[in-house]
Design a protein around this ligand. Structure first.
Ligand code: CAA
Length: 380
């Protein structure tokens, strides 16, 4: 289908597709089984410029547009959404807010190596008691001379075990809910910084996820990202971009599940013919294709709005909401088309269905996306 992509975007698409098929596909089953982080793949993605796709070249990124970024995450996730989310977090939740809110010092010390893939980043907003209600966070940051002292716990941190650099939201003022939050750049080797164990997850098992524990963790004042009180805005800005990434993850996975279903329906014979010849299967495949394309177009539209320098909060929420909804339907139908084989680990659709669910949860649940969309509708 023609998505009105430029020559450059088409080149990126074929380059990343080739990379994913050659470098990622061979280990996807084993890494899922062993919950193994794809360290070597992430290193190669960094060398190719894919850990800072949408970051300007002056900061060490590839300097590509947001549509290209969506294409990269889609193509990675078509093969392995674990790799997709690792890359998306670094691009959207780390490089993007650092670019927008960072000082010259922070651009040089952190953004450049992160965008070049020499460091990996993680984003720490969620806490055990503050998930959807992100501004209820209770981690504190108390100024002490030239440092801030951070104390608290962060939960469900993607890239948490493997990262070098963490953007951590903490409360500098208890009198204001959202305006009392500040963002900090924290090095993994900071005193008082500790990681929990790798969480045992339903899906995207090759990406890691853990608690981050801050026990009077000392952070230099120069690592405050933006101004004191900007932390909630930093987090929401990062999540706007992140939601395009997670939508792309869902769309790529949906594409992968659709392709697996098409392939299987042409191989499997019942009642003396390929099951693809039954209209019941054809209708399922057609619906899966339409849903995937609709989500893709909505996400490109959000990305194009970002590329045009316009606010894209609602568009990103709509794209994530639709994409995560359709990937659940598409992955479920892909399993159904595979029949008994779809229930076995011998076929990729079993993993795909497990991998799909999280897209309805992280970077804002589907209910939160609906809240964002409805709030805008009702204030217009
Ligand atoms: N961009 C810039 N500013 C924003 C913004 C945005 N997208 N969204 C809100 N703000 C600003 C508002 O303008 C407002 O500023 P003023 O006070 O100056 O007007 C301020 O932030 C507060 O906004 P709200 O009143 O809307 O805040 P709220 O407490 O009602 O929360 C919410 C809104 C949308 C529900 C938000 O809490 C939210 O997004 N929750 C979901 C959290 C989430 O997505 N967590 C994901 C964790 S990260 C993750 O999952 C990563 C991973 O592992 C892969």
């Amino acid at each position: 289908m023609d998505h009105l992509l430029t020559e450059q975007q088409l080149d990126i698409k074929s380059a990343i597709r080739e990379f994913a098929e050659k470098e990622i596909a061979p280990s996807v089953v084993e890494r899922d089984e062993k919950s193994q982080f794809p360290a070597e793949i992430v290193r190669k993605l960094g060398e190719l410029g894919f850990m800072g796709v949408n970051t300007p070249e002056q900061y060490g990124g590839a300097g590509l547009d947001c549509v290209s970024y969506a294409i990269v995450i889609e193509e990675l996730s078509r093969i392995d959404p674990s790799v997709g989310v690792i890359c998306s977090v670094n691009n959207s939740l780390i490089c993007y807010p650092l670019q927008k809110f960072g000082s010259d010092f922070q651009h040089k010390k952190y953004l450049r190596p992160l965008a070049e893939g020499k460091l990996l980043g993680a984003f720490c907003l969620t806490e055990p008691g503050a998930g959807s209600d992100a501004s209820a966070l209770t981690t504190t940051a108390i100024k002490d001379g030239g440092e801030y002292v951070l104390t608290g716990e962060k939960a469900f941190i993607t890239n948490g075990l493997m990262s070098d650099t963490y953007i951590i939201m903490a409360r500098t003022d208890k009198t204001s809910k959202t305006k009392g939050i500040s963002a900090f750049i924290v090095d993994a080797d900071s005193k008082g910084f500790r990681r929990g164990v790798n969480e045992k997850k339903m899906g995207i098992r090759s990406s890691d996820c853990c608690m981050i524990i801050l026990e009077e963790c000392r952070v230099p004042a120069e690592n405050l990202l933006g101004n004191e009180g900007d932390g909630f805005k930093v987090a929401m800005t990062a999540l706007d971009s992140g939601r395009i990434g997670i939508a792309a993850q869902a769309i790529g996975l949906s594409q992968g599940a659709l392709e697996a279903a098409v392939k299987y329906s042409k191989q499997r014979e019942q009642f003396g013919q390929q099951i693809a010849e039954f209209q019941a299967i054809q209708f399922k495949l057609a619906d899966m294709q339409v849903m995937t394309e609709a989500a893709r177009l909505l996400n490109y539209s959000a990305a194009r709005k970002k590329d045009a320098g316009q606010r894209f909060t609602v568009e990103a929420s709509m794209a994530k909401l639709l994409a995560s909804d359709i990937v659940m339907k598409v992955a479920m139908e892909a399993v159904q088309i595979h029949g008994g084989n779809g229930f076995l680990k011998d076929f990729p659709v079993e993993r795909m269905l497990r991998d799909a669910k999280v897209t309805e949860i992280y970077e804002g649940t589907s209910e939160i996306q609906r809240t964002i969309i409805a709030r805008q509708l009702l204030t217009e």
